[in-house]
Ligand binder design. Structure first.
Ligand SMILES: [Zn+2]
Length: 418
């Protein structure tokens, strides 16, 4: 018979015996494999000890290899080369006038069609066109403005990054959640199962080899693209359980934010967002509730589809490795090498693509230097590629957007069947 212990004992065992971080203990205990809900933290529920130990092993802190750190290893040399580039060309690592122009264009693509819809009440086909345009504006603002700003790469002034990072509220999502999920978990534990939420179980889509394979995944290379369109809509709801989870893990506090206050702010922001995007057209225009809701869903579908596809082409393609967390948590490679191995670039020579997707076709450079604004990534890509070659490391790149898309579809087929 398997040994069971109370939650309270499990908690103390992990804290005292294993010296684990408080946030991590909470994370492990609410892990769905243990079937414990956050509200069951009263100590009455029992857990199986072997179950607990298995999850502890799996969730152990990931540590990147620092043993080979020296003056002439890959990351030190690369950092030196990149710094030299900025020094020699007397460049700032943050935004330039071109970025400011792009910011105005992208936000306008979202806001102007909305004003036209509400004030002019055009016919159905024009309305559909404007709603699609709004979806493109959301995706463009997310990729070209918000992403840089939340990374602190847009400006050296914190307040500028804060305001522009707040453009995420334009699509009803929470900046703090994004910061934790993307900046911390995804950027640190890229493509490591159980740690990088971007490749965790996503309903009927399997993006990582460690996620259990189900029948529903067989034709995911077809249906995934429909579900990609639901990304921003699901995020709008998922922000709630996600923030509650981050609060319990202690990740919110690490961001110097009060958990309860953040939850209240998030509720107010979401109500304000829905009141403007759904409520305003209902009050001041002649659209019916059904028309407004269909328009709202279509706008989000377009935005979610573009955002998901662009993000997937960096990590779920041929050449980008998927990693299982090692039992002892010690990774084989240093951080910079791990980023090189798990990420891929695409369409380097297309100026238009790079402009439209906010440099997200240069994810290798972005993962290595997230605090540098994306306008510099193309130039940096040659330096990174050259340095990688020098150290006999792979540099994953796909020539065009469509070759990367084709590679992603192939990966979806493989992950759907093996
Ligand atoms: Zn990023």
């Amino acid at each position: 018979m398997r040994e069971t212990i109370t939650l309270k004992d499990a908690h103390n065992y992990m804290l005292n015996e294993l010296g684990m971080d408080m946030g991590l203990v909470t994370d492990i205990l609410i892990d769905d494999r243990l079937k414990i809900l956050p509200e069951q933290f009263c100590g009455k529920v029992c857990v199986h000890k072997d179950n607990l130990e298995e999850v502890i092993k799996r969730k152990k802190m990931i540590k990147f290899n620092t043993k080979n750190r020296s003056k002439d290893n890959f990351s030190t040399t690369l950092r030196k080369n990149i710094l030299n580039y900025f020094k020699e060309n007397d460049l700032s690592t943050t935004a330039n006038m071109g970025m400011i122009f792009k910011t105005i264009v992208m936000i306008s693509i979202y806001v102007v069609p909305f004003i036209l819809l509400v004030t002019l009440n055009p016919n159905m086909w024009v309305s559909i066109g404007l709603v699609i345009l709004m979806g493109l504006g959301i995706a463009g603002t997310g990729m070209c403005v918000m992403h840089d700003a939340v990374h602190g790469a847009y400006s050296k002034k914190k307040w500028v990054n804060k305001i522009l990072g707040g453009t995420l509220y334009l699509l009803g999502c929470n900046t703090l959640n994004w910061k934790i999920q993307h900046n911390i978990l995804h950027h640190t534990y890229t493509n490591i199962s159980e740690h990088d939420e971007d490749v965790d179980t996503k309903g009927p889509i399997r993006l990582h080899k460690d996620v259990p394979l189900k029948k529903i995944h067989k034709y995911q290379y077809v249906h995934a693209f429909f579900f990609y369109g639901l990304m921003t809509l699901s995020k709008m709801y998922n922000d709630f359980p996600q923030l509650i989870k981050y609060n319990k893990m202690g990740l919110t506090k690490k961001q110097k934010v009060k958990p309860k206050q953040e939850l209240i702010k998030m509720i107010i922001r979401k109500i304000a967002y829905l009141s403007i995007v759904i409520g305003l057209p209902l009050i001041v225009s002649d659209y019916t509730i059904l028309e407004v809701i269909v328009g709202f869903l279509l706008m989000h579908w377009v935005a979610g589809f573009i955002l998901s596809v662009i993000f997937q082409l960096a990590h779920v393609v041929e050449g980008a490795q998927q990693t299982t967390p090692p039992e002892d948590g010690n990774m084989e490679n240093e951080f910079a090498v791990h980023q090189l191995l798990t990420t891929s670039d695409f369409g380097r020579d297309s100026k238009l693509l790079s402009w439209l997707v906010g440099g997200l076709n240069f994810q290798i450079e972005h993962h290595l230097f997230p605090h540098i604004c994306h306008i510099h990534y193309k130039k940096l890509s040659y330096i990174v590629e050259e340095t990688a070659k020098q150290y006999n490391l792979p540099y994953n790149t796909k020539k065009t957007f469509f070759s990367a898309l084709n590679s992603h579809i192939k990966q979806l087929k493989i992950l759907g069947n093996t």
